[in-house]
Ligand binder design. Structure first.
Ligand SMILES: [Zn+2]
Length: 242
């Protein structure tokens, strides 16, 4: 087949086999007939001018100044049954410049992972497993943070839960109900035993666990209490007696 070129040739480009996957998502961006074209996250998905996002504040005793973590999301296939909200980029700001180069490196790599597409939830597990050799710290509510990196990981987890990319598969409704029951039973037991000693402070926290609770190895929260001669976690339901 011959094609007559009427216009002036201003430039040309050789099509390589590698070019094809890059062009597919762009073609898919144009809405075609049957709606079979579903855009998946891919490096070549262009950044829209405006992205929606959330900013989280992290206050750690390891850092003098707060960290502000901003995660911006992209909405793919908007208005279709395949609509999907995914993280697109992450920024971390702080007055504290001590760790600046590592923070910039970390956020750039995480943003690149977000844009690659596929499952990005592994980042959360990787980061939450980072331990600071100087030791971690407790957050309000009794959650142990082994490092500032782990806390950034938990912020990402919180965000991915918010946009529906991470679901809580571990805790079923019945298990949750059981935990509520256990907690109520424990608190009732405490009240009768100690009268009006501590409960006021406990309930003021709203969702915090008894001050006497010890650290649960499963969920890193100070929520492990002795119930019926068995260490039971009031946060995740873990029990030493199975
Ligand atoms: Zn637990």
């Amino acid at each position: 087949m011959t094609i007559k070129i009427e216009k002036k040739i201003k430039g040309y480009q050789v099509v390589k086999p590698d070019d094809k996957p890059v062009e597919t998502p762009k073609a898919a961006a144009k809405p075609k007939s049957a709606g079979a074209e579903v855009i998946q996250m891919h490096e070549s998905v262009e950044r829209p001018e405006v992205l929606v996002g959330s900013t989280y504040k992290i206050k750690s005793p390891l850092f003098e100044h707060a960290l502000y973590v901003t995660i911006n999301d992209i909405v793919l296939n908007q208005g279709t049954p395949h609509e999907q909200r995914r993280p697109f980029e992450i920024f971390i700001n702080s007055k504290n410049m001590d760790h600046f180069q590592w923070i910039v490196a970390l956020t750039r790599i995480m943003s690149a992972v977000f844009r690659k597409g596929g499952d990005v939830t592994f980042l959360v597990e990787e980061m939450k497993a980072v331990f600071d050799p100087r030791g971690g710290y407790f957050k309000a509510g009794g959650v142990y943070m082994p490092s500032i990196v782990a806390e950034i990981g938990s912020v990402i987890e919180q965000h991915l839960k918010l946009i529906g990319m991470i679901k809580d598969p571990d805790i079923s409704d019945s298990q949750r109900a059981l935990m509520e029951e256990k907690r109520a039973a424990y608190e009732a037991g405490q009240k009768t035993a100690e009268d009006t000693d501590m409960p006021a402070a406990e309930s003021a926290e709203g969702g915090a666990f008894p001050a006497s609770a010890s650290l649960c190895s499963k969920c890193n929260t100070k929520a492990l209490v002795l119930m019926d001669n068995c260490q039971t976690c009031l946060n995740c339901g873990y029990s030493k007696c199975g």
